[in-house]
Design a protein around this ligand. Sequence first.
Ligand code: NAP
Length: 238
Amino acid sequence: MKTVLITGASRGIGAAIAERFAEGGYHTYITCARDTQSLYALQEKISTTYNTPCTAIPCDVSDYTAVEKMFQNLPPLDVLINNAGISYFGLLSDMSVEDWHKVMDTNLNACFYTAKLAIPAMVRAKSGRILNISSVWGNAGSSLETAYSASKGGLNALTKALAKELAPSNIQVNALAPGLIDTAMNACLSEEDMSALKAEIPADRPGSPKEVADLAWQVVHAPAYMTGQIIAIDGGWL
Ligand code: NAP
């Protein structure tokens, strides 16, 4: 049975990706740092609904020591999906150095940690897929989300460079760049902010986590010649 690790799967896009891969017959390994109750509830839901094994391993992926410990409990992975992420809204000049590092550690450094530990087994198998969940802001940049944009821009560059490094080993590395997706990450937006954003989006609505999960499945199962790509899913927005 194929194996996939999905980081940040207690809710939102990560939880939807976990369900999609469970539906596709994978043994899903799911992780999150804080809301372990929801993580275990998803483990239970997947095991009963899709009749495939699901293993919840709480882990703060921004902490390398914790990630190393998690990998001691993982089998060789067929697929790694780096989805865990946090946002930060505010002027860069008001941002604390601590908050900057938190965004970078979670959105960018964590993807290095998991990839570093997943790659050796993939190289031995001469097969593997890494999918990073980036953002449209990684390319376009967003006012009041400079650290977030920088972390996702870094993740885009990591994706393209690592794809070149791993192509000779038949390991494909791609990223998704979602636009506005209806998850808790946007819960801080007021109704007015949401309406203003929707007005800018040609599709006239936010995307759903399920739509991102369906694309994640398709990209992971795309022909092996596709690698190093940043694929937008944004309703025609940017
Ligand atoms: P979300 O609903 O806030 O979920 C984020 C997930 O990441 C949660 O499961 C959270 O779990 C986990 N997480 C956060 N920090 C973590 C850490 N240090 N270690 C392990 N897990 C951690 O957000 P979402 O919208 O689903 O976002 C998922 C990804 O899509 C993120 O990378 C985000 O940047 C990207 N994205 C989202 C949108 C959007 O509009 N929603 C747009 C573009 C890109 P705990 O809090 O329980 O630890």
